[in-house]
Design a protein around this ligand. Structure first.
Ligand code: TYM
Length: 328
C-alpha cells in the first residue's frame, strides 16, 4: 500500500475549509492507503499560545479528527510533540534548506507581516519541520488544501536534494489536492481564504458550529447582483458557494449549476447551508462523545505516539547514518 501523511494544526476552531480541503479526504483515503495523520502542535507554537488553551485545543483537535472519521484501527493518529523524531529530523533538514528558499514562502511572508512582534526562527523554519513530518514516514502522497502546495514543493526539493547527496534516502512525496474544496473562501470576502483566525465570525463556518449559526452564516454570505447561480468572473462569492455545495454533495460544479438554474440566491444559499449542516451534524455529535471519554482519548494518542515513533525512528536512523553520524 502507498503511504499517506498529513497534519493539522491545533489552532482554535477548525473550519469547513479544513474539513473540505483536508480532513474529509483523510477519511476517504483510509481504506486504500496506509494513512498516518498528526495533530501538529510543534507547528502551532510558531505563534504565541496560551498553555492551558493550547493543551485543550490539542486534545479537542485529536477528538475532532476521530469524530470526522479517522479510525485508529485503520490509520495512525498521533500528536506531533509526543514523537521526538520530528524535531530531530527537522534540525537535520534545516541544515539542508537554504535561507533563500525559506524566504520565498508566501505563508512566512504573510504571517511575519501579521505577527510583526514575534517573527521567530521557528516561524521561518516551519517548512523544514513540515518536510520532516512527511519524509519520516516515506510518504507517497500528502492530502492538503491548495494553500499548502508551496510548502509541499519545498519538501519535495529537500527530499530530492538529500537523495542526490546520499542516494535513496527519502520517497519524494506528491501533493493530493481535491478537485472540489481545495480552496474554500471566506463567506464575507470571497477573495480571501476561509480562515479560523478571521476576526469576523460570519466569514467562516467552524466544523462544530451549531446548525442555526451555519444557516445564518450562509444566508449572509456575500454574493453579487447578477442573481444567477453559475460560475464566472467577478462572481467569487457564488463560485465559492458552488464549490462548497459540490464538495459536500459529491456533485460536479456543472451539476450544481443545472440544479439551481432559474433559482434565486435565497434558495441556493439555504440549500448550501442545509447540505453543510447535515454533513457536519454527525461530526459534532461524535465529537461530544469522544470528549466525554478522556481515558479512551489518552489511550489512543499514547498508542499512536508509540507506533509513530517506531516507524519514524527507522528513517531517522537511516538519515543519521547516511550523513555521517555514529549509530547508537
Ligand atoms: P492547517 O492546520 O493550516 O490546515 C490543515 C489543512 O486544512 C487545509 N485548509 C484549507 N483547505 C481548503 N480551504 C481552506 N480555506 C483551508 N484552510 C486550511 C490546509 O491546506 C491543510 O491541508 N502546515 C500545515 C500543517 C502541516 C502539514 C504537515 C500538512 C504540518 N505538517 C505535513 C501536511 C503534511 C498547516 O498549517 O495546515
Amino acid at each position: 500500500k502507498k503511504i499517506i501523511f498529513s497534519g493539522v494544526q491545533p489552532s482554535g476552531q477548525l473550519t469547513l475549509g479544513n474539513y473540505l480541503g483536508a480532513l474529509k479526504n483523510w477519511v476517504d483515503l483510509q481504506d486504500d492507503y496506509r494513512c498516518i495523520y498528526s495533530v501538529v502542535d510543534l507547528h502551532a507554537i510558531t505563534v504565541r499560545q496560551e498553555p492551558a488553551k493550547l493543551r485543550r485545543q490539542i486534545l479537542e483537535t485529536y477528538a475532532l479528527l476521530l469524530a470526522c472519521g479517522v479510525d485508529p484501527q485503520k490509520s495512525l493518529l498521533f500528536i506531533q510533540s509526543q514523537v521526538s523524531t520530528h524535531a530531530e529530523l527537522a534540525w537535520i533538514l534545516n541544515c539542508y534548506t537554504q535561507f533563500g528558499e525559506l524566504s520565498r514562502m508566501t505563508q512566512f511572508k504573510d504571517k511575519s507581516a501579521r505577527h510583526a512582534d514575534n517573527v521567530n526562527a521557528g516561524l521561518f523554519t516551519y517548512p523544514s519541520l513540515m518536510a520532516a513530518d512527511i519524509l519520516l514516514y516515506q510518504a507517497d502522497l500528502v492530502p492538503v488544501g491548495a494553500d499548502q502546495k508551496q510548502h509541499l514543493e519545498l519538501s519535495r526539493d529537500i527530499a530530492t536534494r538529500m537523495n542526490g547527496l546520499y542516494n535513496n534516502v527519502f520517497t519524494v512525496p506528491e501533493p493530493y489536492i481535491p478537485k472540489a474544496g481545495a480552496r474554500v473562501m471566506s463567506l464575507q470576502d470571497p477573495t480571501k481564504k476561509m480562515s479560523k483566525s478571521d476576526e469576523n465570525v460570519n466569514a467562516y463556518v467552524a466544523i462544530l458550529d451549531k446548525p442555526d449559526d451555519i444557516m445564518r452564516k450562509f444566508k449572509r454570505a456575500v454574493t453579487d447582483s447578477e442573481a444567477k447561480v453559475c460560475r464566472g468572473e467577478g462572481k467569487d462569492g457564488v463560485n465559492n458557494l458552488i464549490g462548497i455545495y459540490a464538495a459536500v454533495t459529491g456533485k460536479t460544479e456543472e451539476q450544481v449549476e443545472a440544479e439551481f438554474e432559474g433559482k434565486g440566491y435565497g434558495d441556493f444559499k439555504a440549500a448550501v447551508g442545509e447540505a453543510v449542516v447535515e454533513t457536519l451534524r454527525p461530526v459534532r455529535e461524535k465529537f461530544e462523545q469522544y470528549m466525554g471519554d478522556k481515558a479512551f482519548l489518552e489511550q489512543c494518542y499514547r498508542e499512536g505516539a508509540e507506533k509513530a515513533y517506531a516507524v519514524s525512528r527507522r528513517t531517522l536512523g537511516k538519515v543519521q547514518r547516511k550523513i555521517g553520524f555514529l549509530s547508537r
